[in-house]
Design a protein around this ligand. Structure first.
Ligand SMILES: [Zn+2]
Length: 173
């Protein structure tokens, strides 16, 4: 299933990592951008959003590369989509946006990336979607210990973090 350009999710209940439940009023525009040098990212947007027919918008948007999403397929895409929604639901964007340039991915710390991965893992497993968690684990595991992006932990660290979160829920990815 392709990610919809604009998805309305009335209320999204995300199981928290430490037992707490995060409730997010998730109404996040999803904007395709074939020039994005990543699968997806989330940022804060102030201004018109003609892609989804909004004359004015002030809030988080998820930007995704439709070409890369087609390449990696729907199972892995579900993980990255959940990861971006977790950034929003856990207030990472609100915490970080005003501290730096939103168009520079370095504004998201490695800790927040790992937190979003844990959140995505917990969310997907709570939905019974082990396949997407396993796909993400293998994706990051295959990247090894090299740090590709300064703001992002090395793939192996992300794989280990996903595995640890899954194991804490009784699942071996
Ligand atoms: Zn992220």
């Amino acid at each position: 299933m392709r990610i919809l350009d604009y998805l309305l999710v009335s209320m999204l209940a995300l199981p928290g990592i430490a037992g707490q439940t995060t409730i997010a009023a998730a109404q996040v525009p999803e904007i395709p951008n074939a020039n994005l040098q990543d699968i997806a990212m989330v940022t804060w947007h102030v201004g018109p959003l003609p892609q989804v027919g909004l004359p004015m918008y002030n809030g988080p948007v998820i930007i995704y590369n439709p070409i890369v999403i087609d390449q990696v397929g729907p199972v892995l895409t579900a993980f990255f989509r959940s990861h971006e929604y977790c950034h929003v639901a856990r207030n990472h964007i609100q915490q970080q946006f005003f501290l730096g340039n939103p168009f520079n991915k370095a504004w998201i710390s490695q800790g927040l990336e790992l937190d979003a991965d844990s959140c995505a893992t917990a969310t997907l497993l709570a939905q019974g979607n082990i396949a997407s968690v396993r796909a993400a684990f293998l994706w990051f595991h295959g990247q090894g210990p090299i740090q590709h992006v300064p703001s992002h932990p090395p793939g192996q660290a992300r794989a280990n973090n996903i595995a640890n979160t899954a194991k804490s829920m009784g699942v071996i990815p």
